[in-house]
Design a protein around this ligand. Structure first.
Ligand SMILES: Nc1ncnc2c1ncn2[C@@H]1O[C@H](COP(=O)(O)OP(=O)(O)OP(=O)(O)O)[C@@H](O)[C@H]1O
Ligand SMILES: [Mg+2]
Length: 412
């Protein structure tokens, strides 16, 4: 008989299962057996069988009749087991053992799979827990500073600067300054990265507390980005010098210069150092009585120091030559700007007034020019100003040194 295999065995396909009375191919147990090579081997023994023929039964032999047994003869009756019987038994035993082994292997595989599934579920749970913890901590971070825009009652626009508009507003009964931020990029929308950076910087700013820094109260993330800080009723030093045209006397000049230097020493000694990059009379704000100064707009000009700083930031009249040239700069950039602020307080003159940026750059960065100091100016102020605006940033003093110099000037 041609070996047609199990699938090809005539009568087997679609024939009712001898054992169950069902269709063999439609029987899931049967399908499982088909995938089990040992089972297939076992089935292979039946390959040449006729439908209804028992394993080992010779064609033509009656069901229940043993090999070598005559039809009608009882199994085992009349005669010893023949060689076919022995071979059959031996192969059956071999198959039984192999099957047992296979079952054991199958059990092991099942156990391993179950353990892997458990491990995977555990890892998934852990990842979910971590993600939740991160989200919670972010929520907690923003909760420290996030202000609901709806709680702000905008009263009037008080100014417009490089970064956006400033409004006087009421927040929970207190007068505050609200600065809305313009987006400078090609799109009007902040990217996810920018928003993340903004959040990080805002949480650092919220933690900066110094009596000479304008108190940062918080920020709004929606519907627009705004920074909210204490309202400085005395206006800016710029307003005092050029709008009110009041030149501070020596004592007041010392107080204001010390206030600014203390705020700057605090920022520069922060870990990591914070460079303001936009120190100028417009960003120095006065209290209600106009007696003390605070440095503002730290958050907007700040580049929380991530190594080397580069690029043009700030306003040209107060900008150090290294920044104009596009070179790397350090916190000493702020010392240069401070020199210009001292110049403003000593002279009541706006540095490089009316000059276009290119001309200021040419004079400062190429010809190393500075605004003229009056000959009547006290030599200690003159020395302090000139050392601060030195062309080489390493030759400029630190704000801690400046505080000492100011103490000496105060005592004169
Ligand atoms: N906290 C504040 N309290 C009171 N007035 C403020 C406050 N912050 C800013 N102002 C006023 O709003 C004006 C505009 O401020 P803004 O910071 O937008 O512009 P800027 O200082 O001219 O330039 P920059 O954007 O470079 O800082 C300031 O000059 C100041 O008069
Ligand atoms: Mg400002």
């Amino acid at each position: 008989m041609r070996n047609q295999g199990m699938m090809g065995a005539p009568g087997m396909m679609g024939a009712p299962n001898m054992m169950t009375g069902g269709n063999m191919m439609g029987n899931p147990n049967m399908m499982g057996m088909m995938q089990n090579p040992m089972m297939m081997m076992r089935m292979g023994m039946m390959q040449n069988q006729m439908p209804g023929q028992m394993p080992g039964q010779m064609p033509g032999q009656m069901p229940g009749q043993m090999p070598g047994q005559m039809p009608g003869q009882m199994p085992g009756a009349g005669g010893a087991a023949g060689p076919v019987d022995v071979e059959y038994q031996r192969r059956m035993e071999q198959l039984r053992l192999a099957e047992e082994q296979l079952m054991q292997q199958q059990m092991q595989i099942n156990m391993q799979m179950k353990m892997q599934q458990m491990q995977q579920a555990k890892l998934q749970r852990k990842a979910q827990e971590l993600a939740k913890a991160k989200l919670d901590s972010l929520k907690k971070d923003t909760a420290n500073w996030q202000i609901n825009y709806e709680e702000l009652e905008l009263e009037q626009k008080i100014g417009e600067g490089g970064f956006g508009e400033v409004y006087r507003a009421k927040w929970r009964g207190t007068t505050v300054a609200v600065k809305t931020l313009k987006h400078k990029g090609p799109s009007s929308q902040f990217t996810a990265d920018e928003a993340e950076r903004y959040k990080r910087e805002v949480s650092i700013l919220r933690a900066l507390n110094h009596p000479n820094l304008v108190l940062f109260l918080g920020a709004c993330l929606t519907p627009k980005l705004c920074m909210i800080s204490e309202f400085m009723f005395g206006g800016s030093l710029y307003d005092l010098l050029y709008k009110k045209k009041k030149l501070p006397d020596h004592t007041k000049r010392c107080v204001l210069a010390l206030d600014i230097a203390k705020a700057m020493a605090f920022l520069h000694n922060h870990k990591p150092p914070i460079v303001h990059r936009d120190l100028k009379s417009l960003n120095i704000l006065l209290d209600e009585k106009g007696e003390h100064a605070k440095v503002g707009d730290v958050g907007l000009a700040v580049g929380i120091n991530k190594g080397e700083l580069k690029g043009v930031v700030g306003t040209y009249s107060w900008m150090p030559p290294e920044m104009m040239k596009g070179l790397a700069y350090t916190e000493k950039a702020d010392v240069y700007s401070y020199g210009l602020v001292l110049y403003e307080m000593c002279t009541g003159k706006l540095p490089f007034a009316g000059m276009p940026p290119q001309q200021i750059s040419l004079r400062v960065a190429v010809y190393n020019e500075r605004p003229p100091l009056p000959s009547s100016l006290n030599s200690k102020w003159r020395d302090l100003i000139t050392t601060c605006w030195n062309g080489e940033d390493v030759k400029r003093p630190s704000f801690i040194q400046i505080l000492d110099m100011l103490a000496a000037i105060e005592k004169r």
